[in-house]
Design a protein around this ligand. Structure first.
Ligand code: NAP
Length: 333
């Protein structure tokens, strides 16, 4: 079967489409004929070797973090899925590889595909919807009436986080470029700050939660728009010690995360706000909650461009440009 494989870390040239053996099926696995898979900035960062310390995948390995498709076979212990089921998934971090014709996924990471969505639309959701859910529901426990700032509202994560925060009853602000202001308003944002013209720090104040997908100066400024006790959740970094413990990282990696997050943690403490890093994880259970929200019309995936599987390199280059409006999906036909 065909798959998009990283053979060498460090550049575009090190990843290519090639033939690989079909995956083995464990007793708790579901074998899926992948119909569509999305490309995430995480794929680009892993290909470029930026995550080697935290996620040390050994080359060659198949890239890809979410997909939608049809079950073709199930392991002997699987009871919840059967051949013919339409499903979607973000496989757990040690079993990535959705840019592939066939994919074996642990049943706990899989959910029924929202019936109202096409395969392309469904493939656009798992990683970003789980990220938004884990940030806003699990970590921040957003309540009606709270104020939530979602950075980069036109991005893959932002488009879903805005809709989820509105569904939770929050007042939602977002940052977006001039060309995207109107359509992120249509996604439900109450306040849109055009980051090319204005500085959000001078406009927003007393926020309960910030979801920061940009890091650096944006994260530091985000502390200043939070009310005392408020929470900034960083998904672009820096990683913190709690995360290193969660993934059982080597002591040297733990030390590195402590050092990397020392400055933002200190800045946050000085302003009586909190900073936490989030690295999303697979969860079929949370995906089922997402399915229910989609089928109820509360969340709609936003697909920017669709590429053929053969054009995965081009899809990766478009994601790497950082200009995608919503998600980039490849289809396996
Ligand atoms: N830790 C985790 O679990 C996790 C999970 C998901 C994603 N992430 C990370 O989160 C980041 C965002 O992911 P994504 O999928 O949402 O990325 P994306 O879809 O590639 O984001 C692109 C969007 O960001 C907007 N943007 C760029 N610079 C901006 C700025 N300064 N202010 C406001 N908007 C800006 C762009 O709009 P313009 O074209 O108008 O600039 C574009 O629409 C990535 O670094 C990704 O790796 C982490």
């Amino acid at each position: 079967m065909k798959a998009f494989v990283v053979e060498r870390y460090g550049s575009e040239a090190g990843a290519r489409m090639r033939e690989v053996p079909e995956p083995d099926l464990g007793e708790h696995d579901v074998l899926v004929q992948v119909r569509a898979a999305s490309v995430n900035p995480l794929d680009v960062k892993i290909r470029d070797g930026e995550f080697k310390l935290i996620l040390p995948y050994r080359v060659p390995f198949v890239l890809g973090h979410d997909m939608a498709g049809e079950v073709v076979r199930v392991g002997s212990a699987v009871r919840s899925f059967a051949p013919g089921d339409e499903v979607y998934a973000r496989p757990r971090k040690d079993r990535i590889g959705t840019l592939s014709e066939l994919m074996a996924v642990h049943e706990d990471d899989v959910a029924a595909k929202p019936s109202t969505l096409s395969m392309v639309e469904a493939a656009a959701l798992p990683l970003v919807a789980l990220t938004a859910w884990q940030a806003l529901v699990e970590r921040a426990d957003v309540r009606p009436g709270q104020k939530v700032l979602v950075h980069a509202g036109s991005g893959g994560v932002g488009t879903i986080a805005i809709q989820l925060a509105k569904h939770l009853g929050a007042h939602v602000a977002t940052t977006a470029g001039t060309a995207n202001v109107t359509w992120v308003q249509r996604l439900g944002a109450d306040v849109v700050v055009d980051y090319r013209r204005d500085d959000f720090e001078t406009i927003l104040r007393d926020y309960d939660v910030v979801l920061d997908s940009l890091g650096g100066e944006t994260l530091e400024k985000s502390f200043r728009v939070l009310k005392p006790g408020g929470l900034a959740i960083g998904i672009a970094g820096p990683p913190d010690l709690a995360f290193a413990r969660e993934i059982n990282a080597h002591p040297i990696v733990r030390l590195a995360t402590m050092l990397l997050s020392a400055r933002p943690k200190l800045r946050a403490r000085r302003r009586h706000v909190r900073y936490a890093f989030l690295f999303m994880r697979a969860s079929g259970e949370q995906l089922r909650a997402v399915t229910a929200l989609v089928d109820a019309g509360a969340i709609t995936p936003v697909v920017d461009r669709v590429f053929s599987f053969e054009s995965t390199k081009e899809a990766m280059a478009y994601v790497a440009s950082g200009r995608a409006k919503g998600k980039v999906v490849v289809t396996m036909g």
